[in-house]
Design a protein around this ligand. Sequence first.
Ligand code: NAP
Length: 353
Amino acid sequence: MQQKVLILTGKLSESSGKFVVDVKDMPEPGPGYVLVEVHAAALNPIDCAMADTGLFVKEWPLTLGFDAAGVVKKLGEGVTHFAVGDKVMHAGTHVDPAVFTFQQYVVMRAEFVAKVPSNITLDQAATIPLTMATAALGLYDKKQKPFGGIGLTPPWEEGGRGKYAGEPIVILGGASGVGQHAIQFAKISGFSPIITTASTSNEEYLKSLGATQVVDRNLPLSELSSLVKQITDKPVKYGFGAIGTPDAQDALYDVVASGGQLLLVKQPTIDEAKLAKGDKYVGRVFADVHLPAQQEVGRGLYAHLTRLVEAGDIKPTKLEVLPNGLAGIPEGLQRLKKGVSALKFVARPQETP
Ligand SMILES: NC(=O)c1ccc[n+]([C@@H]2O[C@H](COP(=O)([O-])OP(=O)(O)OC[C@H]3O[C@@H](n4cnc5c(N)ncnc54)[C@H](OP(=O)(O)O)[C@@H]3O)[C@@H](O)[C@H]2O)c1
């Protein structure tokens, strides 16, 4: 049997690069894998970066896509905790680009798939996996290089929920998909206050997720430390930079107290002179639970994700459904590049003309 897939023939910055809806054989799930019929696939900034610059691309043509939600169609040998017909969500992985999600059917390693609880739709579920894993790995994965977290105790482990009660945390870019999940995990972990930066239009929404103070992102970053000091007189030991621009990284570094730790979503660009003091830990996350060094925390996360969503601890991002299934993705990526505010675009591959 065949399926429709969205193929990118080369970098968009070169004449050879264009998106084409093509057909290819349906994949078969091997041992430990499930075959998922993808009903919803969300778009992420990494799709834009890979399409434009070839970042992380080893081979063209390529199918992009990191977030999916759908229905289990077939079980590979040894898979016992899913049944055909289960609604599920998962992220793509750089470890196997053949399983990126802008296609109608995809195989995925079952231990990194979670059931979708009945309180959210498949469109909503597709907004969760990648940005949620970025926040979770960033906060809870062990401190390791080149990619890792800041080593907090996850809320799904004994003693983890509420463990950081009374500790302040600063999260830059709270309205981004990553930021929204960092706020929600910070809340489950007990952090307080949870201070974030965003457009003022997102203040109420981010407070509904758990932020306690929302600082206007349009204020100069040079004022951030003093604004944070007006909110809390405790030293800020934890910082999460969901915005990775050099000025944001430097500002976050300055906010975090000596002996503290900060997590970045981008390659660190912090001033060398500051880093030379060596009194703050700087972690850099790479949100792929399939990387061998990250699988341990990834397994814990996926084993508990359904319950976290069912309980409302983790909520989906606001979304807009794109028209024309896979064929609507290229225009969605153009819109994403221009910038969104607390919004994710979702395509429905089964509705591809
Ligand atoms: N390392 C990894 O593995 C990994 C994984 C996923 C994403 N990322 C990176 O993480 C970043 C966030 O990704 P995403 O998918 O969450 O992005 P996104 O949802 O597309 O981000 C859009 C949001 O960013 C906010 N924003 C932009 N500039 C800001 C600034 N200077 N200060 C505060 N907020 C700002 C905007 O907030 P307002 O609407 O409030 O203005 C907007 O809502 C991207 O750089 C992405 O490449 C890294």
